[in-house]
Ligand binder design. Structure first.
Ligand code: GCB
Ligand code: CA
Length: 879
């Protein structure tokens, strides 16, 4: 051991015994009251009746998944805690990692301060009010009501509460500054990196809470991933009494640094130690990950990492999980990050707001390049309060997360004209436009000053002229595009043309696809997938086609699909109301098929996945007892895969775009599908059990087990996830068989099948959302017997006013009520059927009739006012 190495070792050992930061959570044992309570901040307030909760906590974990009227208002939290005696002589802070949306914090009846913004951390110095060795009472008034704090709006639920960790932190009287936008007070960057050498630049400030000046040393110790000390530097400073003083230091000689990248996320650790110069006592220490990497964007050829071309490919991630809301444990966050990494992503857009610190920690360690942003979504407010809190959210985000090597982009606006154009009156618009321009420039300037080493980005929706007109597209360094061709309208192939047009117009701009996505519902499957049917298969097709267009274009620097998870958006009324189901994993994090598509595409590790995983109860129409042919898709990055049904080979297929499709013959009963690598170097396989029900095409010979459910007005199969019963898509009537006569599929817009409204009184909402309008008859050519006939309807009701952000849905175009009559084999069963009057709109109405017939079942519909309608029909033979 060389002399200086032993010296360092000695120093390190001698320091470990000295004063450390004392950090402990304050998560357990809170009291909670939903609503305001006068005097609840007082020390002596009696909270015995309040609910006992632990933090992380949100009060919207249930209601926001059940109603758009989820509670947005005041609530109180109180916690009594014993401050350890040894905190005397220390500086003590309380740290909240996240409280949405506004927090007023009291200790022992004294107001410590107010924090605005639901996604960034904040600290208060509680030393003056703390009673060491005694019980202290912390009281926090939290408010998530709509107010002048970003986000003003957005397609996500604003879960109220103290929903991240709370910490009690005791430091020496002389410490790294805790009063700097919730940061650590130490800022580390690697301004110059190459394969030969790297510089580290450290800056920050020290806070001296003593009434005497003091001489200190700051030691900078760089350790490699194995903990070996690579460098040890020291700096001497003197700190004035009762004051904070800045420090700065540059390390210039890191030779041949091991580089950080998504493939090898090599991290060094930099320990920044504050040491009493007189007695060598360690007063404080911060340790930060160092990842040596450099990057740039090229408008024509995309992104470069460490000098090499590198396509950014990944996901956007929201932070909730159904029935838990935003109050997630760190393990939950880490699980998501691991899944994103395992999928092979190298990029994450942390949308639309800063997230738990576990997220960026995972980005550093797992190797995920990150875009982080503040929640300026849909629109801005010209009010000073909005500007101030937005600027401070931006400063907080940057200063709190500055030290993460994974971050490459800071974002500050998302679709900021979407809400402006839809919600702000024409009269107020010029003012809001001006405020938007002003704010964009202001935020851009702040980032440039705060962090010259990262780039800025903002995301626009598909209205380029509007942003262009206001000059908003050229404020940030990189332009993000949230594009939904093939979902909210148009065809998915329009995406590529749109981007080509943008590149032709603005050849010097760097573009990222900041969002693209399609919703899906595990209960909905289709052999003819179409836009907005929420089928699992449309989501597959859409993603396959989008990704190809993205990969074909080197000038698209990267993409982040929308969204990693099915997330809470309380006001949404799609197939799963209150959920935005564009996730590539379900809310419970079970992967959807597309997750495996990306995994196959992004990974070198072999993947074989039989797609339409959820579709295990299949139904099909069999002609004269013949097997029913249905396609089965396998996602794989192997060259060739072989598919088997019940051990019988269906042949080897080459994959293209990581997919291969077989026509599979299904007969009635249980089957096992096996997909097997056809390569010698791996024997990877996947299997899926499918229970198949073959329905006869012609009904003359049906037996007493016959039961046929039809999803009328839809091209999709729908499985009731409670009973397991599958409804099959409608078909036109053919003699001897069954089907509708007349009418058309109800469409919300030409591109969107069905209506997007929350139908009350049923869990089978998509069954009712799709319907046939104007039909004259539904007929089954069944033999003599006793039958149960079941009809399902809903009255779509009045045209709903378009609400902000429901870019996915406006309500039914039906302005009038619908009145019609229904007869069953010429017997009137529903006369002057007026659902609006009898039941009200948007509620599931179903009727069962028992009938005997000598030959067929014919249900006839006759309009009286508006249109005839039918959502689903079921026929069952009793005997
Ligand atoms: C967007 C928004 C995002 C929405 C998404 C959607 O463009 O930025 O917040 O959730 O579209 O699903 O409509
Ligand atoms: Ca239907």
């Amino acid at each position: 051991m060389k002399f200086y190495q032993s010296l360092i070792l000695f120093l390190l050992l001698s320091l470990t015994a000295s004063a450390q930061r004392d950090i402990q959570s304050l998560n357990a044992g809170w009291k909670f009251f939903k609503g305001d309570k006068a005097g609840a901040h007082n020390l002596s307030y009696d909270d015995k009746q309040w609910e006992k909760v632990n933090v992380p906590h949100t009060w919207n974990a249930q209601d926001a998944y059940q109603t758009k009227e989820y509670y947005r208002g005041d609530a109180w939290y109180r916690k009594t805690f014993l401050a350890p005696k040894d905190m005397v002589g220390k500086q003590v802070f309380i740290r909240f990692e996240g409280v949405l949306l506004k927090a007023q914090v009291y200790l022992n009846g004294q107001l410590l301060g107010t924090h605005k913004g639901g996604y960034t951390a904040f600290n208060f110095d509680i030393t003056p009010f703390l009673k060491s060795g005694e019980q202290n009472v912390l009281a926090v008034k939290v408010d998530n009501s709509p107010q002048n704090i970003a986000p003003l709006s957005g397609d996500f639920t604003l879960f109220g509460g103290i929903y991240r960790d709370v910490w009690l932190i005791a430091t020496s009287k002389l410490h790294f500054d805790m009063d700097n936008f919730g940061s650590d007070g130490v800022f580390v960057q690697t301004p110059v990196v190459s394969e030969q050498s790297a510089n580290i630049s450290i800056k920050g400030s020290l806070k001296n809470n003593q009434s005497k000046a003091q001489a200190v040393k700051i030691a900078y110790i760089l350790e490699d991933a194995e903990g070996k000390v690579v460098l040890h530097k020291e700096q001497r400073l003197s700190v004035n009494k009762n004051q904070s003083s800045p420090f700065q230091f540059d390390i210039k000689e890191v030779k041949k640094p091991k580089l950080w990248s998504p493939e090898t996320p090599y991290l060094y650790t930099l320990r920044t130690q504050l040491i009493d110069a007189k007695n060598n006592q360690k007063l404080d220490e911060m340790s930060n990950p160092i990842g040596f990497r450099w990057f740039r964007f090229d408008a024509k050829t995309g992104f470069y990492l460490n000098g090499k071309p590198y396509k950014l490919l990944g996901v956007c991630r929201h932070q909730d999980q159904q029935w838990t809301g935003s109050a997630l444990s760190d393990e939950t966050h880490r699980r998501d990050m691991q899944m994103i990494k395992d999928m092979g992503a190298n990029f994450i857009r942390i949308a639309h707001y800063p997230q738990d610190k576990a997220i960026l920690e995972a980005c550093d360690k797992l190797g995920l390049l990150a875009w982080e942003e503040i929640p300026v979504v849909d629109m801005v407010s010209p009010e000073a309060e909005f500007f101030e809190s937005t600027e401070s959210q931006l400063r907080e985000m940057i200063r709190q997360n500055y030290n993460h090597p994974s971050i490459i982009l800071w974002g500050y606006m998302n679709e900021v004209l979407l809400g402006t154009l839809r919600k702000v009156s024409e009269q107020d618009r010029p003012k809001v436009f001006k405020a938007t321009q002003g704010l964009a420039q202001k935020l851009e300037d702040i980032v440039r000053k705060e962090d010259p080493y990262r780039l800025t980005v903002s995301a626009q929706h598909e209205a380029p002229e509007e942003y262009e007109k206001l000059g908003l597209s050229s404020v940030s360094n990189i332009l993000g595009w949230n594009l939904y061709q093939g979902w909210y309208g148009g065809d998915v192939t329009q995406f590529g043309r749109f981007m080509d047009d943008q590149h032709a117009r603005y050849p010097d701009r760097s573009h990222i696809i900041s969002e693209y996505g399609a919703g899906s519902d595990r209960r909905i499957h289709s052999l003819n997938p179409e836009c907005f049917d929420f089928s699992i298969e449309y989501q597959q097709e859409y993603n396959e086609k989008m990704m190809q267009q993205i990969l074909e274009r080197p000038n698209i620097a990267g993409s982040a699909l929308w969204n990693f998870i099915d997330f809470g958006s309380a006001f949404r009324e799609e197939s799963m109301p209150h959920i935005n189901n564009k996730g590539i994993v379900y809310a419970d994090r079970t992967p959807k098929d597309v997750y495996y598509y990306y995994k196959a595409l992004f990974n070198k590790k072999p993947v074989v996945h039989i797609a339409s995983r959820d579709w295990t109860r299949r139904t099909g129409i069999s002609e004269n007892g013949k097997a029913v042919i249905q396609p089965i898709k396998v996602y794989s990055n192997l060259k060739a895969v072989e598919l088997f049904i019940d051990g019988k080979s269906l042949g080897i297929k080459n994959t293209s775009n990581c997919t291969a499709i077989w026509d599979v013959p299904f007969s009635d009963g249980e089957h096992i599908l096996t997909a097997q690598s056809a390569q010698k170097d791996t024997d990877l396989s996947d299997a899926l059990r499918i229970s198949f029900q073959a329905q006869p095409k012609y009904l003359q010979n049906i037996d007493n087990h016959f039961e046929l459910g039809v999803n009328v007005g839809s091209t999709s199969f729908f499985t009731d996830d409670v009973s397991g019963f599958t409804w099959i898509p409608e078909q036109a009537y053919q003699p001897g068989s069954w089907g509708y006569i007349g009418g058309e599929i109800l469409r919300n817009t030409p591109d969107r099948i069905g209506i997007q409204l929350e139908i009350a009184g049923t869990h089978n909402i998509p069954l009712y959302q799709t319907m046939r309008k104007g039909l004259q008859e539904f007929r089954f050519d069944v033999p003599k017997g006793t039958y149960e006939v079941e009809l399902h309807f809903t009255e779509p009701g009045q045209k709903k006013e378009s609400i902000l952000n429901d870019i996915g849905f406006d309500a039914s175009k039906t302005d009038e009520r619908n009145i019609f009559s229904v007869s069953l084999n010429n017997r009137m069963i529903l006369e002057d059927f007026n659902m609006l009057k009898t039941y009200g709109p948007i509620i599931a109405v179903h009727k069962k009739y028992i009938t005997e017939t000598a030959q067929h079942i014919s249900i006839k519909f006759k309009p009286i006012e508006g249109n005839t309608l039918l959502s689903a029909i079921k026929l069952r033979k009793i005997n």
